[in-house]
Design a protein around this ligand. Structure first.
Ligand code: FPP
Length: 170
């Protein structure tokens, strides 16, 4: 078995279009398979599963679609918490979480806190995530630390340093 599987959530819009449904119906239909995949991966003993749910580019979508996605995410988090606990899954949100609507942040934080002691599979939810954004955030965190410690002149950007400052560090 691989240690880590990452899934790009995709095709929800096309699924809805084929059926002449609004796009949000496709997103809604995508939630139940997520539950099955998460539970199955945890039971198979995977170390980590990453779900790419919302990229930094997704802000370009219509406002009502984005609002529907936040509603669905909050619904998913609330409904899945008992399932995550039962399966010993630790949920971690990765991405620029601080830019999400406050109620979404609060719900994510609540589930992260409640599952923090779980020792089974780690479920990374990539939300407001971008590969380049993650690197920018890592380098800025290194700069901030160096400034705080007063050794900006000596700062060297290394692979190890970047690894330590990625959203998944540790
Ligand atoms: C991709 O389909 C899917 C998304 C951008 C959103 C997925 C997120 C949720 C359903 C929110 C709930 C989150 C979880 C983890 C349950 P698309 O619209 O890009 O489809 P297309 O490729 O057919 O256009």
């Amino acid at each position: 078995l691989p240690a880590h599987i990452a899934i790009i959530m995709d095709g929800n819009g096309r699924w809805a279009k084929q059926r002449n449904y609004p796009r949000i119906m496709g997103h809604k239909a995508g939630v139940d398979p997520v539950r099955t995949v998460v539970e199955t991966c945890a039971q198979l003993g995977l170390e980590a599963l990453t779900l790419y749910a919302f990229s930094v580019e997704n802000w370009k979508r219509p406002r009502h679609e984005i609002e529907g996605l936040w509603r669905l995410l909050r619904f998913y988090l609330r409904r899945e918490l008992p399932n995550l606990m039962r399966n010993d899954i630790q949920l971690v949100a990765i991405g620029r979480i601080e830019s999400l609507p406050a109620p979404v942040q609060a719900e994510l934080q609540m589930v992260m806190d409640k599952t923090a002691q779980n020792r089974g599979m780690r479920l990374n939810l990539a939300i407001n995530y971008g590969g380049r954004t993650e690197l920018v955030d890592a380098v800025n965190a290194m700069l901030d630390n160096a400034r705080l410690e007063g050794n900006l002149d000596a700062l060297e950007i290394t692979e190890e340093g970047i690894t330590e400052h990625l959203y998944t560090s540790g």
